[in-house]
Design a protein around this ligand. Structure first.
Ligand code: GUN
Ligand code: ZN
Length: 433
C-alpha cells in the first residue's frame, strides 16, 4: 500500500487549552503535512519536513482547508436514525411514543444492517470518526453495527442495550438473556479490529435490580469494556427511578451500588444532580456526557459544565441522536455554547475543538490512539472548509485569527464544512477536494 501525504493547515491539540492565549496547548502549522501509512499517521508537522521523508507518497493537497483529528461522539443511539425530529414530547413520552417502536424493528437483521451502513455514512459525512453507540436490545443490531464499522476499519464502541421492564415486549430481554447476549458480543467483538464493547443497561427505569446486578457482574468479568447508561436527564425520570429503587441514596447510587461506576463509565445527560452524586462521580472517575441538542430538544435542562469541572470531573460531549437533532459535532458545540451562555459559563472555541477531538479521546482513555494528529496514532482526520456556505464565506471576510475562523466553523458549520473525512487513512466522502 502506498503512503498518502495530506497537505493543508494543520491543527492538533496537546492538552486542553486554558484560553485563547494558551499556545502551548496546541500546534497550528500554516503549511502542514500529515503522512499516513497502513491506517496510521507516521509523521505530521511542517509540510517541507514531512514531505522530505515521504518518498513517493501520493500527495493530496487540501490547502487552504484545515486538517484536524476526526471528531468523537461519545453518546449516540444507532437505532434512532429514523426518529430524529419527532415532535412534541419530553423524555418518557418520547421514549414510549417514538423510540421503543423504532427500536423494535432492529430485531430484523437485514433492517439493522441496512441502517448501520447509513448510520456510518452519516457519521463520517459529518466528520465523526469514532462513536460510542447504543444499539437496540437485539444482539442482531450490535452485530450489524460492529460488522459495518469493521468493514470500514472505523473505530466503534457499542453495546446491545439491556432492558427488561417498563417497555413493550418487542424491546425487552431478561436479566439472563441480556447477560448472555452481551457476553457473546464481548467475546466476538471487544478488541476485534478497532471495536470495543460498552456494557449498556439503558437506564434505571428499564432495568430490574437483577439486570443491573448482572450488568455489574459483566463489568467485573470484563474490566476492559466500557459501561454506558443514562443519568438524571429529566425530573419525571428521576422521580420514577426513586419509586423503583426506594433503597437507593439517589439516582447515581442505583448504578454505583451495582459496581457500574469507574473511569470507563459514560453517563448520558447528568443534568439534575445532587451534591453526593457529583462527589461519587469525581471519586470513581465516571464521566458525565453533555448532549446539548438533545437537552434542548426534549426540554430536559441545562448541563452544568463549569460546576462539574470545578470538581475535577471530565465531561464528554455528544450528539445523542435521535433526541439530539444533528449528527454534527460542530452543531453540538454550537448549541453547547448557548447552553453555557444561559448559565454565564464560557466555552472558548479552542477548548471546544479540543473537546470534540482529544478531550473526548481522553474521556475514553484513548488519547494515545485517536483525537490528535500525533505520529503513531490512527489516521482518522477531518478536512474543514470554513467558507463552506455563502453565510460562512461572507463572515470569514472579517475573520482575523485562527480562533475567529474556528468559532465561525463551530457556530455556522455542519456537514457542508467537512470537505473530507479519513478513516484509517481512507477517504470516506465521495466528493474529494
Ligand atoms: N434515557 C433512556 N433512554 C434514552 C434514549 O434513548 N434517549 C435519551 N435522550 N434518553 C434516554
Ligand atoms: Zn441517550
Amino acid at each position: 500500500m502506498t503512503d498518502t501525504l495530506l497537505r493543508g493547515r494543520v491543527l492538533t491539540f496537546h492538552q486542553e487549552p486554558a484560553g485563547p492565549e494558551d499556545t502551548d496547548a496546541y500546534s497550528y502549522i500554516e503549511d502542514g503535512g500529515v503522512l499516513m501509512r497502513d491506517g496510521l499517521i507516521v509523521a505530521s508537522g511542517d509540510y517541507e519536513s514531512v514531505a522530505a521523508g515521504a518518498g513517493d507518497a501520493t500527495l493530496i493537497d487540501h490547502r487552504p482547508y484545515l486538517l484536524m483529528a476526526g471528531f468523537i461522539d461519545t453518546h449516540i443511539h444507532f437505532p434512532q436514525v429514523q426518529i430524529v425530529a419527532s415532535w412534541g414530547s419530553q423524555l418518557l413520552d418520547w421514549l414510549n411514543g417514538y423510540t421503543f417502536p423504532a427500536e423494535a424493528e432492529y430485531a430484523n437483521a437485514q433492517h439493522a444492517r441496512a441502517m448501520a451502513g447509513r448510520f456510518c455514512n452519516l457519521l463520517t459525512d459529518h466528520g465523526t470518526t469514532t462513536a460510542v453507540a447504543f444499539c437496540s436490545v437485539h444482539a442482531a443490531s450490535a452485530e450489524a453495527l460492529f460488522s459495518e464499522a469493521d468493514d470500514r476499519n472505523m473505530r466503534m464502541i457499542a453495546g446491545k442495550t439491556m432492558m427488561d421492564r417498563n417497555a413493550p415486549d418487542a424491546v425487552l430481554d431478561t436479566a439472563q438473556s441480556g447477560y448472555d447476549d452481551s457476553k457473546a458480543l464481548i467475546e466476538r467483538w471487544h478488541g476485534t479490529g478497532r471495536a470495543a464493547y460498552a456494557i449498556t443497561p439503558r437506564f434505571a427505569i428499564t432495568s430490574t435490580p437483577e439486570q443491573l446486578e448482572m450488568s455489574g457482574a459483566l463489568a467485573a468479568e470484563h474490566p476492559g469494556c466500557y459501561i454506558q447508561t443514562h443519568l438524571s436527564e429529566n425530573h419525571d425520570e428521576i422521580a420514577y427511578t426513586a419509586t423503583l429503587y426506594p433503597q437507593a441514596l439517589d439516582y447515581l447510587d442505583v448504578y454505583e451500588s451495582n459496581g457500574l461506576l469507574g473511569p470507563r463509565t459514560l453517563l448520558g445527560h447528568a443534568i439534575h444532580l445532587k451534591d453526593r452524586e457529583i462527589g461519587a462521580m469525581a471519586e470513581t472517575g465516571a464521566h458525565p456526557v453533555f448532549c446539548p441538542t438533545s437537552n434542548l430538544f426534549l426540554g430536559s435542562g441545562l448541563f452544568d459544565d463549569a460546576g462539574l469541572r470545578a470538581r475535577s470531573i471530565q465531561n464528554g460531549i455528544a450528539t445523542d441522536i435521535g433526541a439530539g437533532t444533528s449528527y454534527s459535532m460542530l452543531q453540538t458545540l454550537n448549541e453547547g455554547y448557548k447552553i453555557l451562555q444561559l448559565q454565564d459559563q464560557k466555552l472558548h472555541t479552542l477548548r471546544a475543538f479540543h473537546w470534540i477531538t482529544r478531550g473526548n479521546a481522553e474521556v475514553l482513555g484513548m488519547a494515545n490512539k485517536i483525537g490528535t494528529l500525533d505520529a503513531g496514532t490512527e489516521a482518522d482526520i477531518v478536512v474543514i472548509n470554513a467558507r463552506a456556505t455563502a453565510a460562512m464565506d461572507v463572515r470569514m471576510e472579517r475573520a482575523e485569527s485562527l480562533s475567529d475562523e474556528l468559532f465561525v466553523v463551530q457556530m455556522m458549520g455542519d456537514d457542508r464544512a467537512i470537505a473530507q473525512t479519513y478513516v484509517s487513512g481512507v477517504p470516506q466522502k465521495k466528493e474529494t477536494t
